[in-house]
Design a protein around this ligand. Structure first.
Ligand SMILES: NC(=O)C1=CN([C@@H]2O[C@H](COP(=O)(O)OP(=O)(O)OC[C@H]3O[C@@H](n4cnc5c(N)ncnc54)[C@H](OP(=O)(O)O)[C@@H]3O)[C@@H](O)[C@H]2O)C=CC1
Ligand SMILES: O=C(O)C1=N[C@H](C(=O)O)C[C@H](O)C1
Length: 267
């Protein structure tokens, strides 16, 4: 029998949180110790997920939860601002964070990396838990070796707080490892309306679409002489992320450093 991993979930009421609760409930070796939700302090988890099998108290803050409970892994699915705070707090208290929340800057990632190494604790920050999205990023990095002119269009639901998406930023980073900086388009190009050409990330243009009806989608366009290559991934629902969350919770227990991106722990 696998060793039980004691989990605390921050953000149980959210779209991802609700899905993650179901994952934890159906995974025999995951045990939900508690949850953190600033609006539901003192309630039981059934307040959010009526059919949840186990008992778990909801704390208003992660600080209170750490003071009162013993656990191995914090899964954070909250907001960019809170996710960062929780990641630092967890590591400082000897807890392994699995962070799905996006919006981390390079400096924040570097600081967390140093903290995780100093504490010799696993920490996983996964801009996208969907296996198809990981492959889309990996294929994009492969293609970028041959196609240097690249534009990314990421499309999300209109409740998303951060832009560009964590996945788009991660895609850019993976492409940067194989592609030198390049100014794309006409050198005298002018934007007659600000933002028309999207964000400029090392020469690559990133466009963020936000519309009701969308979930999480990205296409990476590669232009060449007389040809266009498009690599696209679509998450149709949040279940698409859950196998990645499961792997991350299991793998973070074996690590003693920060891993940014699930591609680094996939065989
Ligand atoms: N890595 C991945 O594969 C994926 C990552 N994401 C990311 O995960 C995060 C959550 O996404 P999603 O579920 O769609 O967003 P939601 O807005 O549906 O959920 C976020 C939840 O966190 C709650 N929250 C806010 N502050 C706190 C706090 N201090 N403590 C506890 N809970 C808090 C919110 O409450 P309230 O709204 O009442 O303020 C809300 O219920 C986002 O950053 C998103 O980008 C999403 C999908 C996939
Ligand atoms: O907010 C979302 O929904 C998503 N956020 C992540 C991101 O910013 O890339 C992952 C996925 O795209 C869904």
């Amino acid at each position: 029998m696998e060793k039980v991993i004691r989990v605390v979930l921050a953000g149980p009421r959210g779209k991802m949180g609700i899905e993650a609760l179901q994952l934890i409930d159906r995974t025999e070796h995951f045990h939900l110790v508690a949850a953190v939700d600033y609006k539901l302090g003192g309630e039981q988890i059934q307040k959010v997920s009526p059919g949840f099998k186990g008992e778990a108290k909801i704390y208003e803050t992660l600080e209170q939860c750490i003071e009162n409970e013993s656990f191995d892994v914090l899964v954070d699915l909250t907001t960019p601002e809170i996710g960062k705070k929780h990641a630092f707090l967890a590591l400082k208290n000897g807890i392994r964070p699995v962070i799905g929340t996006t919006g981390f800057t390079k400096e924040e990632l570097d600081d967390l990396k140093e903290l995780a190494s100093n504490k010799e604790l696993g920490c996983i920050i996964a801009p996208n838990f969907a296996i198809g999205a990981i492959l889309m990023m990996k294929f994009s990095a492969m293609a970028a070796k041959y196609f240097k002119d690249i534009e990314i269009i990421e499309l999300h639901h209109d409740q998303k707080l951060d832009a560009p998406s964590g996945t788009a930023l991660k895609t850019v980073q993976m492409i940067e490892e194989v592609r030198e900086s390049k100014v794309q388009g006409h050198p005298n190009e002018v934007e007659t309306e600000a933002g028309a050409r999207g964000a400029d990330l090392n020469g690559m243009r990133v466009h963020s679409v936000r519309l009701p009806g969308l979930v999480a989608h990205q296409q990476v366009l590669f232009g060449g002489d007389g040809q266009l290559l498009t690599i696209r991934h679509d998450s149709m629902n949040r279940a698409s992320f859950m196998s990645g969350v499961k792997v991350a919770v299991e793998e973070v227990m074996k690590l003693s450093e920060l891993v940014y991106g699930l591609e680094n722990i996939m065989d």
